[in-house]
Design a binder for this molecule. Structure first.
Ligand code: DAH
Length: 355
């Protein structure tokens, strides 16, 4: 058989063969059999020297054409196989458009924020302003200007987080616990800031975070939320305090709840009391939730001590006032019978979504 017939036969064979090659491996075997070192086409190319010189150019050209066609046929089949493999992979992984969509889980406002806003709304409705104050305070605002004596136990490092002095060792200006910078333990200091910058009449509430070195347990959190209240005006009496806080308690806990004012001591108010609301679980009968007293403590309050007005230069002969501090986590716990305050901090959506 003439060499040209051999060449055409090889091309036909390869073109036929690649169509039947279903895998890249099979295709590669065809490539090796024709174009490989011992392949049929390679053998013919090598024997080109035996072709009579006058036929060589034409034969050489034909051989090159055949080789190019063979390479092209293999390459084209390779692309086909790759595409088929990709198509198969895509359809195997394809989205099932009939499946229900995945829901985004939107969060809700945290219970504490909800109650804080509710308290703000109640006092806004009475014409109070909403104030803000710094978390990092000085002993002056947190204690001294609130009439707390120098040796008041709440000033100790056991009850207050003092801000660490960052000076190099040996150069500290204060021992830890004697620093005059601290994380506020109460929002009451905002009373002082507001009275320093504003003249009476003052009707304000200040919600905010406070900090105490308590280990978290069912009834304590090292970080919690208070709403401070302050009224300073002419002719303010204990009757105004009681009317205001009775109204607040009924708004937040419901009209059927009774209140009780128990004498207490706070350095910045005189007289001072703690306010209890009747237990919502037993309606005052006595149960486990209210420790059989029928009452639940919810806030501290009192008439502003004239000494506090003196610190900010407000004339206590002309003006009087009352103040109060509400524990927001406490309100949440009492309203929803929460057995453990830590539930408010863990971020468990099964709990938080209920509100
Ligand atoms: N600051 C007090 C506390 O953290 C709460 C309080 C009591 C605030 C009486 C007041 C007040 O304004 O008059 O326990």
């Amino acid at each position: 058989m003439a060499m040209s017939d051999d060449l055409r036969a090889i091309q036909a064979q390869v073109e036929q063969g690649v169509l039947g090659a279903d895998t890249l491996d099979a295709l590669d075997r065809i490539r090796v059999a024709s174009l490989g070192k011992k392949g049929s086409l390679t053998a013919i190319m090598r024997s080109m020297g035996k072709v009579p010189p006058e036929e060589r150019p034409a034969m050489g050209q034909l051989a090159n054409t055949v080789r190019a066609n063979v390479q092209a046929a293999i390459e084209q089949r390779k692309l086909q196989l790759a595409k088929a493999a990709l198509d198969a992979k895509i359809s195997a992984e394809a989205a099932d458009v009939t499946l229900p969509g995945r829901r985004l889980a939107p969060g809700t406002q945290h219970l504490i924020s909800q109650i804080r806003e509710e308290i703000e709304d109640i006092f806004c409705g009475l014409g109070y302003t909403i104030e803000d104050g710094p978390f990092v305070e000085t002993t002056y605002y947190n204690f001294t200007a609130l009439n707390a004596p120098e040796d008041h136990p709440s000033r100790s490092a056991k009850d207050t987080f003092y801000v660490v002095d960052n000076a190099p060792e040996g150069k500290e200006t204060h021992a830890l616990g004697e620093s005059d910078v601290l994380l506020r333990t109460q929002t009451s200091g905002v009373q002082v800031h507001v009275m320093e910058t504003r003249k009476p009449p003052i009707y304000m509430v200040c919600p905010g975070t406070v900090f105490r070195p308590d280990t978290a347990d069912a009834n304590h959190l090292p970080q919690f939320t208070q709403v401070e209240g302050l009224v300073v005006d002419e002719g303010i009496t204990f009757g105004d305090l009681k009317g205001t806080l009775d109204y607040f308690c009924r708004e937040i806990f419901g009209r059927d709840r009774a209140t009780r004012y128990r004498p207490h001591f706070f350095p910045f108010t005189e007289p001072s009391c703690e306010v209890d609301v009747s237990c919502g679980v037993c309606h005052g009968e006595g149960c486990r939730f209210c420790k059989n007293t029928g009452w639940l403590e919810i806030l501290g309050c009192g008439m502003v001590d004239p000494n506090v007005l003196g610190y900010v230069g407000i004339d206590s002969e002309r003006y009087s006032g009352f103040a109060f501090g509400i524990g927001v986590e406490r309100v949440a716990a009492l309203r929803y019978d929460l057995p453990d305050l830590r539930m408010l901090m863990t971020g468990d959506m099964r709990f938080l979504r209920q509100f």
